[in-house]
Design a binder for this molecule. Sequence first.
Ligand code: DON
Length: 305
Amino acid sequence: MAEDLQEFLTGLDAEIRAMGDWGAVADYIPELGRVAPDQFGIAVALPDGRVLTAGKAAQPFSIQSVSKVFALACVLGRIGEQLWLRVGREPSGDRFDSILLLEQEKGRPRNPFINAGALVVTDELLTGRTPRQALSEVLSFVRAAAEDDDIHIDKAVARSEAENGHRNTALAHYLRSFGNLNNPPEHTTGTYFHQCAIEMSCIQLARAGRSIAGLPNAPQMLSPRKARRINALMLTCGQYDGSGNFAFRVGLPAKSGVGGGLLIIAPGRASIAIWSPGLDGWGNSKMGTLAAEKLAEFTGWSVFG
Ligand code: DON
């Protein structure tokens, strides 16, 4: 099985590169706009401890919104159910950086993966902590989950977003006006921009997802109940207004980032990371989604059977 899968991944890399239909990199964070779109990598962590790879699987990239999964895991570990008083768990149907529903729903973001919800999660992470301590909690979580200390924050990306992150700044202030932000908005956004600027390779990211996938060799980072709930949120909200399309095409819980990364969970079977920096119209990796679709078809790993 692993041999067939390795052969498939090698072929997939060649197929994706031959297509040349990469999508466009995010340029609203200027530092990300400098990344070449024509790149692809994939890593699949299996229950026996092996990590199969193809393409640029060892190349670090900016994980961006994939970090929201790890921040959420930290906060759920700390305060559990209380988080849901501040943030919902329904898909929003709007873009990841939309402010629309926030007014209608009185400052309680729809879910922890849209930017407004992720800012609330990061704000919660700051309770009783300095921004530096909160950031170090997320980074330590990711390093422990991947069992790899060579994971770092790209400060140039964080700075680039801080200098241009007017929408997130607006969201943070808007949340604060509804009483749903406890820290000075610049502390919350500053921590959030740095958390998003964590750099990881597909190999590191696939390893970090093993505990969410409940793989037997994974470090114990989460209770099975929390992992189940994070998977449910990834399936319903992980690709924002593209979540229905992703569930239809791939059928697996996943979280995207505008750096072109995807963390995909096949519960009990595999933790998968794909990177291709060109994006589709929803801000999710274009070739990454196609590769995930082909992988799910080949393996039959869709949670829908
Ligand atoms: O807040 C932002 O806009 C970025 N730091 C992260 C957004 C993101 O990754 C959306 N995902 N596809």
